[in-house]
Design a protein. Structure first.
Length: 239
């Protein structure tokens, strides 16, 4: 029997290589595909950067049926893809992810914040942005080696690519998917870090709306669970 294909979508400022420790832990039982998403890595110059364009990219590289996992930004893309093409996705794994911002005023405010940050990246350059992003409370208390690796990946990105990703894939421009969650009948695994209080609350709320959801809290981990605990995430990716 051919190994199951799992498509792994990375988060903002990352690349497909950010999934390598998890992919290695999956072993040969699975075929892991971890593309660079538009605005990042080898796809830094791909335009337009939008949810629809990225979904088309993923559907174009994946086999007819595949499991799908995504972290943070990649999780939001994965959720939108599973809802748009339910006949293709056999199961879904969301790591530190959200269905978007439901309240319109809050969403508009976030869009303005994302636009301002995109302008700042273009104006100040990648080093200033990487230092800012690494200092966010979301990544507090990361192990030193994990933080250093994530910072190095950010420094290798292009300001134009990240700015385009913020404008096209940010939470502020995303149409919220909360109301569509009951339509998603495939199995959904929700993974969050124990220290990630914000996304743990979001995952708990999502679990209440999804027909077939399982929530896993990874002990000691923060927001970037797949970087901090790749073996634990790999075990949860395996059915």
């Amino acid at each position: 029997m051919a190994p199951e294909t799992i498509v792994l979508l990375h988060g903002f400022t990352q690349t497909g290589r950010s999934w390598e420790p998890t992919g290695a832990a999956l072993g040969e039982r699975y075929r892991a595909l971890a593309p660079d998403l538009r605005g990042h890595g080898t796809a830094t110059d791909a335009r337009p950067v939008s949810f629809e364009a990225v979904r088309d990219d993923v559907l174009g590289l994946a086999p007819p049926h595949f499991a799908l996992a995504g972290y943070s930004m990649g999780g939001r893309i994965a959720l939108s893809l599973a809802l748009a093409a339910p006949e293709r996705v056999t199961r879904l794994v969301l790591v530190g992810a959200s269905p978007g911002i439901a309240e319109s005023a809050e969403r508009s405010a976030r869009r303005r914040t994302d636009e301002a940050l995109a302008d700042r990246i273009e104006r100040e350059g990648i080093e200033a942005f990487a230092a800012h992003w690494s200092s966010l409370p979301l990544f507090a208390a990361q192990p030193a080696d994990v933080a250093a690796g994530a910072h190095a990946t950010r420094l290798a990105q292009s300001p134009a690519g990240l700015a385009a990703a913020l404008r096209g894939l940010g939470t502020g421009v995303m149409e919220p998917l909360w109301a569509q969650l009951p339509q998603l009948t495939i199995p959904v695994t929700l993974i969050v870090g124990e220290r990630d209080a914000k996304f743990r609350a979001i995952a708990e709320r999502m679990a209440g709306s999804l027909p077939d959801a399982t929530l896993h809290v990874v002990p000691g981990a923060g927001h970037a669970v797949q970087l901090e605990a790749p073996n634990a995430v790999a075990a949860l990716l395996a059915p």
